[in-house]
Design a protein. Structure first.
Length: 479
């Protein structure tokens, strides 16, 4: 008996033992919710560490190559990464393309929570390689898809019914957001706003348990510090600054709609580019991203366009960046993310939206300092608020956009500015573009999800399609 056969046999014995002690399906759901929370936390940590390791091998050496060779390597490294990922997406795991959030929404609404093993592993491997090679994409959305895949595999292995397998999808989403952002509270609101759509107490209780466990695992391995290390707790020092926070909300809506429209337009152009093989498209986007990163490095001697954006964003949150750099990097990041995503890559838009928001907010903070002669701390405070405002305008999750900034920065002194800027950005972006980005992406692919209603559960006596039947430990999990 080889290694994998021993694992399968052990899993079969575990399931038999669990079935004897937990004959009720609701009891099994609770048990596997706890298991899913822990495993999702481990999967998220492994994914993040893999990306950090690949960045240290690929894009970081390219950016710091000697002489003028850094220009060539910064250009070519994201292109090579895009080429490899394009091949993988075309011939191995097509479902691993995109950010991950739309795919989870489709699984929840139309496939009873089914996310396959190949889709989960493909997302892990291909997305890690693309981000590690310098794509201007985020790891948070893919973490959600990976964790939802883990919970889906557990639900199928436990032979849960379709209704309970769908609930396990929400559990995976909450655990993924909690581990990705180190923000368990925001993960609950995001799952409610983006996936469940209403206050389903059963789903909500499971999401809370899984998010808490995933956050505990992430804290234990990576530490309990907030994602961003802000030197001091910002607060609203001058009521007169509220006028500029309101302006920030308006500008955040403009940036959000410009980003969404540009992304959808360029994505449509790539879909029509049939003369070039589809697996080459991500390489084209990678080359464009590398060119934009070269511009940032050449003129401002700072990265953040290709590679880890959080180091540069942390500098913005401390007010340490000049005005010209913040304006330029907001535009460069928008263009680079549009190129990386629209060309068919694998990665999310959470981190880029926070980056653009931080740069936009810091730029508006300079207006406050110049006009009203307020403290230089206002620049960092505006950058913090800007992160949430652009996030709210793009992702359309207003409650999450406020809570996620609190948990990522560890500060609660900007409640009123955050509410003004975030709700303004959300309302204006929704007015100018009624369809949110994830729904627009799905509609571009011919998929229309029901709005404002929970998915219909299958009749109790209705057979499921063969590829969606619950699987046991000895059945194929790669379909």
């Amino acid at each position: 008996m080889n290694y994998f056969e021993r694992i399968a046999a052990g899993w079969s014995r575990f399931l038999a033992w669990l079935a004897r002690r937990l004959p009720n399906e609701q009891q099994r759901l609770l048990a596997f919710t706890i298991i899913a929370g822990g495993l999702c936390g481990l999967a998220a940590v492994a994914f993040h560490l893999t990306i950090a390791w690949l960045e240290s091998l690929l894009i970081e050496p390219a950016n710091h190559a000697p002489g003028h060779t850094w220009i060539f390597w910064t250009l070519i490294t994201p292109a090579i990464g895009g080429l490899v990922v394009g091949l993988g997406l075309t011939f191995w795991a097509p479902a691993a393309a995109g950010s991950g959030i739309p795919q989870v929404k489709v699984a929840f609404a139309q496939r009873y929570g089914l996310i396959t093993f190949r889709e989960t592993i493909g997302k892990f491997v291909l997305c890690a390689f693309q981000i590690g090679s310098g794509a201007s994409l985020g790891l948070e959305g893919p973490t959600v898809q990976i964790c939802a895949g883990v919970s889906s595999l557990l639900a199928r292995a436990a032979r849960l019914s379709p209704q309970y397998r769908r609930r396990m999808t929400s559990i995976g989403m909450a655990a993924g957001i909690a581990a990705a952002f180190n923000a368990p509270i925001a993960s609950i609101t995001f799952t409610l706003e983006e996936l469940i759509g209403n206050l389903d107490q059963t789903m909500l209780s499971g999401a809370i348990v899984a998010a808490a466990l995933a956050a505990v695992v992430e804290h234990t391995i990576l530490g309990s510090n907030p994602v961003f290390h802000v030197p001091k707790q910002y607060e609203l020092a001058n009521a007169s600054s509220l006028v500029w926070y309101a302006l920030l909300g308006v500008l955040a809506a403009v940036v959000s709609v410009a980003f969404t429209d540009s992304l959808l337009w360029l994505r449509a152009q790539f879909k029509q580019l049939t003369k070039i093989p589809r697996w080459v498209h991500p390489a084209i986007g990678g080359l464009a991203t590398g060119a934009l990163a070269v511009v940032g490095l050449e003129f401002f001697h700072l990265n953040g366009i290709a590679g880890d954006p959080y180091k540069t964003l942390t500098m913005a949150l401390t007010g340490a960046l000049p005005l010209s750099l913040m304006v330029a990097f907001c535009v460069l990041k928008l263009a680079a993310t549009v190129c990386s995503y629209s060309s068919g890559g694998s990665g999310g838009i959470f981190a880029p939206s926070l980056f653009m928001g931080g740069m936009l907010g810091g730029a508006v903070g300079y207006i406050d300092v110049t006009v009203f002669h307020h403290s230089q701390d206002a620049i960092g405070a505006f950058a913090v608020v800007g992160m949430g405002a652009v996030f709210a305008g793009i992702v359309r999750a207003p409650m999450t956009s406020i809570l996620i900034v609190f948990e990522m920065t560890g500060g609660y002194g900007l409640v009123l500015p955050l509410m003004i800027a975030n709700i303004s950005a959300f309302a204006l972006a929704r007015y100018w573009r009624s369809v949110p980005v994830y729904e627009a992406l799905l509609e571009q692919d011919g998929i229309h999800l029901p709005q404002g209603t929970k998915p219909l559960d299958p009749p109790g006596d209705a057979p499921l399609p063969e590829h969606e039947l619950p699987i046991g430990p000895n059945e194929d999990a790669t379909a």
